[in-house]
Design a protein around this ligand. Structure first.
Ligand SMILES: *Cc1c(COP(=O)(O)O)cnc(C)c1O
Length: 413
C-alpha cells in the first residue's frame, strides 16, 4: 500500500488509526508455508494475541491457518471467527484448572505447561488428549522480557522434570498427543533454534501416540530497511529435513506445527497519528502526536524501534526529531530520528504496527482506543470502530447516593 492510501484512510476514519494490509499477511503466510514445503503435514497456528481483531482471525482461517490461544476469551473469539475447535490450540501459562477444563469442554486442543495441572487434569480427564509444553532451557529471544525458554523462565515443564512427567502420564493413563516449545520472540540464531529442536525430538521419543510436534514461534522480522531477520528459508530447509528423518525414525508421519504471531502480522500494520505540536527546546525538536503509550506501548515497554515516517511530507528536507506522546509521563516513541520536515497537522506513520500494538492498547488517561481498518484488494474496510465516551463509562458504577454533590442533595430534598 502507498502513503497516499494511508493518508486517505486517516482523513476518512480520523486519527489515530491502525491500518492492516491483508496482502502482506497473506504473503507472509505463504512464505512460511513455502519454507517448510517438504514437510507433508504442516500446520501454522496463528498466535491470536498478536492481533486479535475478529476479521483478521477470519482472514487467517480462510488461509487455512489454525489458531494459537492463551485465554478462554481468545478461544471463544476464535470459535466466533469460524475456526473449528480442533483447529484451535489452547496454550496458556499458569491459568486455573477450571479455565483449562472450560477450553477442553469447547473441544479445543489443550497444551499444559506445568506438572501440577497436568496431574490434576490427567486424573480427572484421562480420556482427553493433551499436549505438553517443554522448556528446553535454551537462551533465545531478543531481550529478557520476550525470552521465555531459559533456565529462570516461568514457562513450560523443565526437561529435567521428564522423569516426573512420565510418571504422571503413566499413573493417570493419559494420552499425550503433542509436544511443544516456545522459546521466545526475536530469535536470530537458527542454530540455537535447531539445538532446542533436538531437545524436543529427544523428548518426543518418550511418547508413543504423538500426532504433532509444535516448535512455537519467535521469528524476528525486520523493523527497518536492511534490518536483520530470521532466515525462514534456511530454517525451513534445515528443520524440515531433520523433522522428516525424525518421523521415519518415529514410525509415523507427524504434523509439524508453528504458532507465528509477529511474523504474520507485524509488517502488515501501520499506525497513523497526527502531530499536535512541534516544540523546539534548547536541545531538541519535539514532535508531539495525538497519541501515546495508551495506543502503542512497545517502544516504552520493550524498547522496540518502530520506524516513523512523515507521510504528509515524504519528500521534505530531513531533520532530527524526537517523537513523543501526550501522556503525562515520558512516552517517547523515538529519539533523534531523521524524519522529513514535520509541520503541525502532519500525519506520522509508525511501521511494524501489526503485532502487539492494538492488542496492548489501553484507556489510560481516559482516552479512546483507536479504530482499526483493513486494506484489502485496494479498499479500506473498517474492522473496529473508535471508542466513544459511553465505552469509557459502560462498566463503571456511579454510586451517586454515596457521595452526592451539593446540588443533588438539594434536588433530593
Ligand atoms: C506469544 C506466543 C507466540 C507468538 O510469538 P511471536 O513472537 O509473536 O511469533 C507463540 N506461541 C506462544 C505459546 C506464545 O505465547
Amino acid at each position: 500500500m502507498e502513503y497516499g492510501d494511508l493518508l486517505k484512510i486517516a482523513k476518512t476514519y480520523g486519527d489515530p488509526v491502525y491500518v492492516y494490509d491483508s496482502e502482506k499477511i497473506i504473503s507472509q503466510f505463504q512464505r512460511l508455508t513455502h519454507a517448510f514445503g517438504s514437510v507433508k503435514k504442516l500446520k501454522l497456528n496463528y498466535a491470536a494475541k498478536a492481533l486479535s481483531n475478529i476479521t483478521i482471525l477470519r482472514l487467517m482461517n480462510n488461509l487455512g491457518s489454525g489458531l494459537d490461544t492463551v485465554s478462554i476469551q481468545e478461544v471463544k473469539l476464535g470459535l466466533l471467527a469460524g475456526f473449528k475447535p480442533e483447529s484451535i490450540i489452547f496454550t496458556p501459562n499458569g491459568v486455573s484448572l477450571e479455565e483449562i477444563e472450560a477450553a477442553a469442554a469447547l473441544g479445543v486442543r489443550i497444551n499444559i505447561d506445568n506438572l501440577s495441572i497436568l496431574e490434576q487434569f490427567g486424573s480427572k480427564h484421562p480420556d482427553i488428549p493433551v499436549c505438553i509444553r517443554i522448556n528446553p532451557h535454551v537462551m533465545a529471544g531478543g531481550n529478557s522480557k520476550i525470552s521465555v525458554g531459559h533456565i529462570d523462565s516461568k514457562f513450560g515443564i523443565s526437561i529435567h522434570q521428564i522423569p516426573h512427567l512420565l510418571r504422571i502420564v503413566e499413573l493417570t493413563n493419559m494420552n499425550i498427543n503433542g509436544i511443544h516449545m516456545h522459546t521466545g520472540s526475536d530469535i536470530l540464531d537458527i542454530d540455537v533454534f535447531l539445538y532446542a529442536s533436538e531437545i524436543l525430538f529427544e523428548t518426543a521419543k518418550n511418547f508413543k501416540n504423538l500426532d504433532f510436534i509444535d516448535f512455537g514461534s519467535g521469528f524476528k522480522v525486520p523493523y527497518k530497511e536492511g534490518d536483520i531477520e530470521t532466515n525462514i528459508e534456511e530454517l525451513g530447509k534445515k528443520l524440515s529435513s531433520r523433522f522428516n528423518s525424525f518421523c521415519k525414525q518415529y514410525g509415523k508421519e507427524l504434523t509439524l506445527a508453528f504458532e507465528p504471531g509477529k511474523f504474520l502480522v507485524s509488517e502488515a500494520g501501520f499506525f497513523l497519528a497526527k502531530v499536535n505540536v512541534v516544540k523546539q527546546t534548547t536541545s531538541t525538536v519535539f514532535a508531539s502526536i495525538d497519541s501515546g503509550f495508551n495506543h502503542l506501548i512497545r517502544p516504552m515497554f520493550y524498547g522496540s524501534n518502530h520506524e516513523i515516517i512523515n507521510i504528509s511530507n515524504p519528500k521534505g528536507k530531513e531533520r532530527y526529531y524526537s517523537i513523543v506522546g501526550y501522556i503525562c509521563e515520558t512516552d517517547t516513541f523515538g529519539s533523534n530520528r531523521r524524519i522529513n520536515e514535520i509541520s503541525e497537522g502532519d500525519i506520522l506513520c509508525f511501521r511494524n504496527a501489526g503485532a502487539y500494538c492494538f492488542t496492548m492498547a489501553s484507556n489510560y488517561n481516559s482516552r479512546f482506543r483507536p479504530p482499526e481498518v483493513l486494506w484489502h484488494n485496494g479498499k479500506a474496510i473498517l474492522i473496529r470502530e473508535r471508542e466513544t465516551f459511553e465505552d469509557l463509562i459502560k462498566n463503571q458504577v456511579d454510586v451517586k447516593d454515596l457521595f452526592p454533590t451539593q446540588r443533588e442533595k438539594v434536588v433530593a430534598k
